[in-house]
Design a protein around this ligand. Structure first.
Ligand code: ADP
Ligand code: MG
Length: 140
């Protein structure tokens, strides 16, 4: 499998509870490498733009509000099959359905406040990385 890069966000529900280090440790233990990282506070407009694909969904307003409520940690993770591997470590969107040993099983509060975001495909990973990082900030 090829070396890939994917975009991860540690969401406000997790940064608020001081879980950043524990979550990053789970990425690293799974063989993913943090090649870019920053802590930022999204405006509602920025969160809305990032999640524009969900604009028509009933939870969009709540999602934008939660994602802009407090700081997030955005990271680029690199590794063999990083996009799928990150989704595996994250666990299912709804923590009630997440497998043991996943981040969402361990930490998510609800389907909305589910602690992490991860890109879902190569095209979205590319777009999402470019949304947050300039090429010069990616240091493998
Ligand atoms: P994922 O983050 O696993 O890729 P989606 O892309 O389907 O999941 O949804 C994006 C985010 O929107 C989820 O991580 C979650 O925060 C929120 N969300 C998804 N479905 C719901 C829902 N039914 N109710 C509330 N929030 C939701
Ligand atoms: Mg998604």
């Amino acid at each position: 499998m090829a070396i890939e890069r994917t975009l991860s966000i540690i969401k406000p529900d997790a940064t608020r509870r001081n879980l950043t280090g524990k979550i990053v440790a789970m990425f690293e233990e799974a063989g993913l490498r943090v090649v870019a990282s920053k802590r930022i506070h999204l405006t509602p407009a920025q969160a809305g733009q990032f999640y524009a694909v969900h604009k028509e969904r009933p939870f969009y307003g709540e999602l934008v509000e939660q994602m802009s409520a407090e700081p997030v940690v955005v990271q680029v993770l690199e590794g063999e099959g990083a996009i799928a591997k990150n989704r595996e470590v994250m666990g299912a969107t709804n923590p009630a359905q997440a497998d043991e040993g996943t981040i969402r099983k361990a930490f998510a509060l609800s389907v909305g406040e589910n602690s992490v975001h991860g890109s879902d495909a190569p095209e979205t990973a590319k777009e999402e990385i470019a949304f947050f990082f300039a090429g010069i900030e990616l240091v493998g």
